[in-house]
Unconditional design. Structure first.
Length: 346
């Protein structure tokens, strides 16, 4: 395995043959904390604090972690919905972080987002037809007739009746609303979609239907996903690779089977130990890893490894030095980890 120029991401021969669609380099998103009459900045919430990874064309990269770890902020910052504090995002060899507002508006046609809450993300005063056609109008695509035809085509594509075009969001169930949100995201024929916990607000019985729809659309339209979630079972089902995030940093990244079958970071191990096993005998024999304490505040993260206050394997070096995000493992795929003692878990 060889390290790339940025010193974080690595590639083997197989990965080198894949096309990079999104390249994220040392991306940071800090929200200022202001106090007093003059609203002076007294600190910052380090929601995303230096993440580096690639998203390859045609893949689904799952991004997992506890609530508040920075997953959704990372997705929105990659799409430039938040202006990053520092770092670089490249989409198809175009540096998004260097674009002005008009250039970014044009580039966003090729990048869309599916939001978490299907109730809050749809304007209740707009019909389904207006909601789905809005991106077409914003980007000046087609005329009124062709947009109506495109909306009907999209509704059919996501499993909804095209005759629903005149209805309002309140007339639909949660799962149907999320399908409308998916249709809206597909309107401009994007190549990259950030799916921000698209199933967490849905009933369990509907979640599998929506995930299967996303997977079918990926195959049919050649899409690339950044799939943000905290349901680890669902992430394994839909993702090709998995990135694990903790307190603003990515601590492990690799092929889904490598990450799930041989996790190299203690935090990943703890997350996976919480997934119920379908085999009662294995479930009874395995050892659960219970994390002590709460996630530290992102406005005052611990020194060294950010996970060390809750890690049973922590030593002095963990408290003093931030671990390097490096390649490790015996798999043919690249397996990255940020842990001083990861070799002990091979």
């Amino acid at each position: 395995m060889t390290q790339s120029e940025n010193g974080f991401d690595t590639s083997n021969h197989k990965a080198n043959q894949r096309d990079v669609l999104i390249k994220v380099e040392d991306l940071k998103m800090h929200f200022p904390i202001r106090r007093g009459v003059l609203k002076r900045q007294v600190g910052a919430i380090r929601a995303v604090d230096g993440i580096t990874f690639n998203v390859y064309k045609g893949e689904t990269l799952g991004l997992v972690g506890e609530s508040g770890c920075g997953k959704s902020t990372a997705g929105r910052t990659i799409l430039q919905l938040y202006e990053p504090t520092s770092g670089k995002v490249t989409f198809e060899n175009e540096t998004l972080t260097d674009l002005n507002k008009e250039q970014m508006r044009k580039a966003r046609r090729h990048m869309q987002m599916i939001f978490q809450d299907p109730y809050a993300s749809l304007n209740p005063r707009m019909t389904v037809g207006n909601i789905v056609s809005e991106p077409l109008a914003i980007h000046g695509i087609g005329d009124i007739k062709s947009r109506k035809e495109r909306v009907e085509e999209l509704l059919s594509l996501v499993g909804l009746n095209p005759y629903f075009i005149s209805r309002y969001p309140h007339e639909f169930s949660g799962g149907q609303r999320q399908r409308i949100g998916i249709a809206r995201a597909l309107a401009t024929n994007p190549s990259f979609i950030v799916a921000d916990e698209p199933i967490s607000a849905l009933d369990v019985s509907i979640q599998a239907q929506v995930v299967n729809l996303l997977d079918d659309l990926k195959q049919e339209l050649g899409l690339t996903y950044l799939f943000i979630a905290h349901d680890l079972s669902m992430v394994r089902y839909i993702s090709d690779r998995v990135a694990v995030m903790y307190l603003g940093k990515i601590v492990e990244l690799g092929d889904r089977n490598d990450v799930y079958d041989q996790p190299l970071h203690p935090y990943t191990q703890a997350l996976l130990s919480a997934i119920p096993l379908p085999d009662p005998d294995k479930e009874e024999k395995r050892k659960r890893i219970i994390l002590e304490g709460d996630v530290p505040s992102p406005d005052n993260p611990p020194t060294g490894c950010r996970f060390h206050p809750r890690c049973m394997h922590a030593t002095d070096i963990c408290r003093q030095e931030d671990p390097v995000f490096r390649p490790l493992g015996k798999s043919e795929h690249v397996h990255m980890v940020a842990c001083h003692h990861a070799e002990n878990f091979l």
